[in-house]
Ligand binder design. Structure first.
Ligand code: PGA
Length: 248
């Protein structure tokens, strides 16, 4: 099973700052287990800069969102072929900030997942419950519903090409960690919710830091991390990558 550490930079870093990050980070790759996949997801404006700098290294490029159409009159949007052209191999889809602030629906996320797969871009599909849903004991219903919605109509072999990410909303950027055992239970529920997910990497996200990453990856259904805040510093991101390991 693959292990992945993905850095979601969100709306941080100019092209210059992104270049400084990559130049430092590339010097820190020693001791990161060779099998761990490393993905950097800068904002659209820094994709080209990062792409050029990581070319020929083990670091892969991801985007944070995209439209599902190849082209058209969609002001402000970015298409799958535009990303593929820059060497983008991964795209985060359905992040809770996209769902919450930009009203993305499961249906739109499903269109995007299909579009990504048809352009050989690996979707990192994010799901997670709010604090109110957790308190109302609706976590499983919420995450399995989002997973089924995002992957609706896909054959099992297409499903097997995605990466899933479990990110409880109340743990994102808050410093409040989800208990690792509890996170593993939810990740197992995600894995069991759609056929084809048995061998798909499932990442945990939500205030992951070098100090707590090992506790998550130690559990059987966790195959890596999707990291926001702690991915913005090259040393911290390299340290996080070192905490990842590959499971049988
Ligand atoms: P965080 O963000 O690591 O800053 O909590 C995670 C994410 O939103 O992907």
């Amino acid at each position: 099973m693959r292990s992945i550490i993905a850095g979601n930079w969100k709306m941080y870093k100019t092209t210059h700052e992104a270049a400084l990050f990559v130049d430092e980070f590339l010097g820190l790759l020693t001791d990161i287990p060779a099998e761990v996949e490393i993905v950097l997801c800068p904002p659209f404006t820094a994709l080209e800069t990062v792409s050029e700098r990581i070319r020929g290294t083990r670091v892969a490029l991801g985007a944070q969102n995209m439209h599902w159409e190849d082209r058209g009159a969609f002001t402000g949007e970015i298409s799958p072929p535009m990303l593929a052209d820059l060497g983008v191999q991964f795209v985060i889809l359905g992040h809770s900030e996209r769902r919450r602030y930009f009203a993305e629906t499961d249906q739109e996320i499903n269109f995007k997942v299909r579009a990504a797969l048809s352009h050989s871009i690996t979707p990192i599909v994010a799901v997670g419950e709010s604090l109110a849903e957790r308190d109302a004991d609706q976590t499983q219903e919420r995450v399995t519903g989002q997973t089924r919605g995002a992957l609706s109509g896909l054959a099992a072999d297409a499903v097997s090409k995605v990466v899933m990410a479990y990110e409880p909303l109340w743990a994102i950027g808050t410093g409040k960690n989800c208990d690792p055992e509890c996170a593993n239970t939810v990740m197992a529920q995600i894995r069991a919710s759609v056929s084809g997910l048995a061998n798909v990497p499932i990442l945990y996200g939500g205030s992951v830091k070098p100090e707590n990453a090992r506790a998550y990856i130690a559990y059987p259904d966790c195959n890596g991390g999707l990291v926001g805040g702690a991915s913005l510093d090259p040393k911290s991101f390299a340290q996080l990558a070192r905490e990842m390991h590959v499971k049988a």
